[in-house]
Design a protein around this ligand. Structure first.
Ligand SMILES: C[S@@+](CC[C@H](N)C(=O)[O-])C[C@H]1O[C@@H](n2cnc3c(N)ncnc32)[C@H](O)[C@@H]1O
Length: 269
């Protein structure tokens, strides 16, 4: 089953973008994704397994149940995990809003880059909390497109980013959800909520991030929604093309790019 409302779609290019994103951001967002030994962990919205392939090997003594609403993504994720000989993950096609699990099944829940796509993140978090055991930990990780700044600055690049924010909003999502993680996690009654910003700062002294983040993660994401944005008349083709070109320009030797992700932890009482 495919979710028609997922703004980035399910193309091979998007799968490859998600994998680049996860590989590039491993140290920044998953340095502390460590679960207690023996934990049973729900990964909600695993997509093609881009995060799964990082967090499962990091936690060899935990077992994972990774779910996604897209059956095709689950098929891809299974293939990926099998090819990497990762043995501690089981996959299931399921909807975050209506999870096929008994209450208090999991020791920990992790959701990464998914809440931004949901029309009702509070409902989703409540459902995730339902399946979390008392005393268990919920982890949520999200980006925030309002946090992007770069050199050389470019009005066209900001307008191109704005297209993504608008399209995601039209689909019921929120590209600027990172800044809301703390109130969101509090609103579902989680305790000991703490959120930390995870800033990705890139200049040409960090060639891996130039390729993996500026080009293959962020600019590829903006480039990917161009057709939709132009078709809907949100932006004219020339401005969009210049915006994307200017984003790639920030990857040159004198360019700088910064973006902040947010990672939240909360405990179920
Ligand atoms: C940006 S992708 C992130 C995938 C993965 N967590 C990662 O970081 O690579 C968002 C994923 O959320 C999934 N998704 C959206 N709505 C969902 C729902 N209601 N239930 C389960 N998964 C959902 C989409 O199918 C997609 O695979």
């Amino acid at each position: 089953m495919r979710s028609a409302k997922y703004v980035h779609g399910y193309s091979d290019r998007e799968a490859s973008r998600l994998n680049d994103q996860a590989d590039t951001l491993d140290d920044i967002i998953h340095n502390d994704t460590i679960f207690p030994i023996g934990s049973y962990v729900l990964e909600a919205g695993c997509g093609v397994g881009a995060q799964t392939k990082i967090i499962a090997p990091k936690n060899p003594h935990s077992s994972f149940m990774s779910i996604d609403v897209s059956e095709d993504s689950i098929t891809e994720a299974k293939k990926l995990v099998k090819s990497l000989e990762i043995k501690n993950v089981e996959f299931k096609q399921a909807d975050i809003y209506n999870l096929p699990f008994e209450s208090e099944t999991f020791d920990c829940v992790i959701i990464c880059f998914v809440l931004e796509h949901l029309h009702n993140p509070v409902q989703a978090l409540n459902e995730l909390k339902r399946v979390l055991k008392k005393g268990g930990t919920m982890i949520a990780i999200e980006g925030d497109h309002g946090s992007a700044f770069f050199y050389p600055d470019s009005q066209c690049a900001h307008l191109a980013i704005e297209c993504q924010i608008r399209l995601q909003g039209q689909n019921g999502g929120n590209s600027n959800i990172g800044r809301e993680l703390y109130p969101l996690l509090k609103s579902v009654g989680l305790l000991d909520v703490s959120v930390t910003p995870r800033m990705v700062y890139v200049d040409s002294s960090k060639p891996k991030l130039v390729e993996g983040f500026i080009k293959n993660t962020f600019t590829a994401m903006i480039e990917g929604i161009g057709e939709q944005a132009i078709k809907q008349g949100i932006i004219d083709p020339l401005t969009f093309k210049k915006g994307v070109k200017d984003l790639y320009r920030t990857a040159e030797s004198d360019g700088v790019f910064s973006y902040t992700f947010f990672k939240g932890f909360g405990t179920k009482k």
